[in-house]
Design a protein around this ligand. Structure first.
Ligand code: PMP
Length: 366
């Protein structure tokens, strides 16, 4: 077999690593921030019926504009949004890729604030866009001053903000997003994959869209909506942004099956989101319990918690795996990230961690 070195690969891809979350079939899967709760049976039946209808017309290409889906997503987001302000793709990863195909590319740059979602950098580089980074404040917080200073220093074509941020769970205040928009002349992209896990009623960047045509807010059905396997992400923005994405998307990129399944699932939004409160409860339980075990847990508005003071993250990851529990080593010093699962999964995780005594002894109790 040949290796990458034997291929005429793009020079800027040499030495890069692909997205690497391990996929292992273990009993307790708390590593990729999925919703651990399966879709309710009644909703699943309705989705299957819609899929059955769609199968009968699979000889034809699907609606290239996925009008029904955009209308459903606009209604779900509310806030007076119209379907002309909505775009969807196969996961929000594809949304980001299309955004960078349209507004990034060779000679252009993205400014981001790591640690952040690993795919932001991977997609940026994959589209030949330059990846620029700036430091966060203490404890992974992000203030308007910090963001504005970095924008003024780097003058990027796009600013990426992840709100709440993955892998830290850190919220991003609206004034930070407003300040980023004012300070920049390029696109401001806010990744709100975990928005539904924020405290109920908290305004999000969607509320900032009026009169801000360079602002783009993405969401996903993969997390709160328990639909990761269906691959549906979407964005809200000025209709002109949607026109820009039409220039780069592949025709018919959303299959008729994806469209039918997503529209059916959105008809049942309250049932699909029924477990969000429960998940927030387990997240808050992790935030309360991890310090008792000697770790420091970072405040999170998402469905996961980052914790540090782990003596040996790799060893702890492996020891949990031996107990049929998978969490995430995100590569931060002495840190691990765990998804808030069902009550039972969270208990299994916390009990295993307590048994392992994995906190760094020098910092215990400090
Ligand atoms: N954005 C963030 C911040 C994420 O954490 C993820 C998935 N982990 C995504 C986007 C991509 O999700 P999807 O492609 O499933 O919509």
């Amino acid at each position: 077999m040949a290796s990458l070195d034997d291929l005429p690969l793009r020079a800027d891809l040499r030495g890069q690593s692909p997205y690497g979350a391990p996929q292992k079939h273990v009993r307790v899967q708390l590593n990729v921030n999925e919703n651990s709760h399966p879709i309710p049976e009644a909703v699943a039946r309705d989705i299957v019926e819609s899929l059955a209808g769609a199968v009968l017309t699979l000889n034809r290409y699907p609606d290239r504009e996925f009008t029904a889906l955009r209308e459903s997503l606009a209604a779900y987001l509310g806030q007076g949004l119209g379907s002309e302000q909505i775009w969807a793709a196969n996961g929000s990863n594809e949304i980001i890729q299309q955004l960078l195909q349209a507004f990034g590319g060779p000679g252009r740059s993205v400014l981001a604030f790591p640690p952040t979602y690993s795919m932001h950098g991977i997609i940026t580089r994959g589209t030949g866009t330059t990846w620029l980074t700036a430091e966060r404040d203490a404890d992974y917080a992000l203030s308007a001053d910090t963001v504005v200073a970095a924008i003024e220093q780097h003058r990027p074509d796009l600013v990426f903000l992840c709100a709440p941020n993955n892998p830290t769970g850190t919220p991003v205040a609206l004034d930070v997003i407003e300040a980023a928009y004012e300070a920049s002349t390029g696109m401001v992209f806010v990744d709100e994959a975990y928005a539904e896990f924020m405290p109920s009623g908290t305004p999000t960047a969607v509320s900032l869209l009026p009169d801000r045509h360079r602002l783009v807010v993405s969401r996903t059905m993969s997390k709160a909506f328990a639909f990761a396997g269906a691959r549906v992400g979407y964005l809200a923005a000025d209709p002109a942004v949607i026109d820009a994405l039409r220039l780069v998307r592949l025709p018919y990129h959303l299959s008729a099956l994806t469209q039918a399944a997503a529209v059916a699932a959105l008809r049942h939004a309250p049932e699909m989101l029924a477990m969000v409160d429960d998940i927030r409860g387990q997240r808050d339980r992790l935030l309360a319990e991890l310090p008792v075990l000697g770790f420091r847990a970072y405040d999170s508005w998402a469905n996961f918690v980052l914790f540090d003071r782990v003596a040996d993250p790799h060893a702890t990851f492996e020891a949990l795996l031996e107990r049929d529990i998978i969490i995430r080593d995100v590569g931060l010093p002495n840190s691990l990230r765990v998804t808030a699962g069902t009550e039972q999964e969270t208990t299994l995780f916390l009990d295993a961690l307590a048994e392992l005594g994995a906190a760094s002894p020098t910092t215990l109790g400090s």
